[in-house]
Design a protein around this ligand. Structure first.
Ligand SMILES: [Cu+2]
Length: 183
């Protein structure tokens, strides 16, 4: 609960920011991330929950920066969602500084950092700062939870729903993860 309040506070106070998922509740930085990536990495994400991977310098090789921007299951065991095949999941993102590029939401096996199946949603061109206004579906959209292979993602921590966005011109990578189990 404490970490949820912290996230709401840091996302509300966006100063120099880029983008992140706000719903369903995303993985947040914490003590386990600090142990793996360094306290400076945690401080950077807590100061601005929307920064890209490229703004973080891991302090050890244990930091899994390219999965969930280094956020860990250990720090987020109270945020695990339960999804079933056919569930429509409403997702919300904030994009205070858009950068045009591809984006998707996929299910990722956290042990191997590999995508399971097809993306649940895919944007060829997302967060285009040249548009007068961002399309409404860039910040509020739904995905339908697929039927996974039997036994997949049944234990908390095994899988995440990962929002991934790459700003092509900015050369910035964004990842927000939602922990879940198949119910
Ligand atoms: Cu940016």
């Amino acid at each position: 609960m404490k970490s949820t309040i912290l996230a709401a506070a840091s996302l509300a106070a966006l100063v120099s920011a880029h983008g992140a998922i706000t719903q369903p509740p995303p993985r947040l930085p914490g003590a386990a991330m600090a142990a793996a990536c360094g306290q400076a990495a945690v401080d950077a994400v807590e100061a601005d929950g929307t920064i890209p991977l490229e703004n973080i310098t891991p302090e050890t090789n244990d930091c899994n920066l390219f999965l969930c921007r280094g956020a860990t299951f250990d720090d987020n065991q109270d945020l695990v969602q339960t999804f079933s095949a056919g569930d429509v999941i409403d997702m919300e993102a904030v994009l205070p500084i858009p950068h045009e590029g591809p984006a998707n939401v996929s299910i990722v096996d956290t042990a191997t950092n590999t995508v399971i199946g097809d993306p649940l949603i895919e944007f060829e061109s997302y967060a285009d700062e040249n548009l007068p206004e961002l399309p409404a579906n860039n910040t509020a959209f739904s995905v339908t939870f697929p039927r996974l292979p039997a036994g997949a993602c049944t234990v908390a921590g095994e899988c995440v729903l990962q929002w991934f966005w790459f700003g092509t011109g900015a050369q910035q990578t964004y990842e927000s993860c939602v922990d879940f189990v198949v119910g």
